[in-house]
Design a protein around this ligand. Structure first.
Ligand code: ZN
Length: 204
């Protein structure tokens, strides 16, 4: 019944380059159960066999076949009002996560809708299980977060909403990266530094 929603979002994520062929995962919550993509599923080519139903609190026979990020999805549902969770590997967002500690979009839509996006993890490549509590706590107040060097976790009432925040974040990161490239040595993307880069372009 929900396969069409998973397929539409998965296809968009893959074709837009927000996940690799077998990367990323997503889920929807139904009471104390969730529907999550299978471990190693190709999000761009999902079938009904790629959706695994299991418990939010309890394991069952299907649990071992669920996405390797099942623990993160469960923890987010246990602590937030989310009904959908999406994990992706957007390249511009990941690239910026190596350079800065938080991201403030410089474009109007990104700033209006995302405001500020936490980058979680002190290691160059953070392991999600080491920063699980921080991811969950940040998603209580933010729509999307970045785990440094790994990927994004977004929440929504629908998969499409979590997809929207992921897509918007990547667009904002792409714009910020282009501004940095055009502005030369300006560092990214603290508010003031980005403003300097942008004003340098306007003067040029
Ligand atoms: Zn991942």
């Amino acid at each position: 019944m929900f396969i069409a929603e998973f397929q539409e979002v998965g296809r968009d994520l893959f074709t837009r380059g927000l996940v690799s062929s077998h990367g990323g995962n997503m889920s929807m919550r139904f009471g104390d159960r969730l529907l999550i993509t299978r471990r190693g599923a190709k999000l761009g080519h999902l079938t009904e066999l790629d959706l695994i139903e299991t418990g939010i609190e309890r394991n069952d026979r299907a649990t071992p076949t669920a996405s390797s990020e099942l623990a993160v999805h469960r923890a987010i549902y246990q602590s937030t009002q989310a009904h959908a969770v999406l994990h992706a590997h957007p390249p511009y967002a990941l690239a910026l996560s190596f350079l800065v500690d938080e991201l403030v979009p410089i474009d109007a839509e990104g700033r209006d809708l995302l405001e500020q996006v936490p980058i979680i993890g002190t290691e160059v490549i953070a392991r999600v299980r080491d920063v699980l509590e921080e991811v969950v706590a940040s998603l209580e107040t933010h729509k999307v977060v970045i785990v440094r060097g790994h990927g994004t976790f977004a929440r929504g009432q629908l998969l499409d909403e979590a997809h929207r925040w992921t897509s918007l974040l990547e667009e904002s990161c792409k714009i910020a990266s282009i501004v940095r490239f055009m502005g030369g040595s300006g560092k990214m993307p603290g508010k003031s530094k980005v403003s300097r880069s942008a004003s340098a372009i306007l003067r040029a």
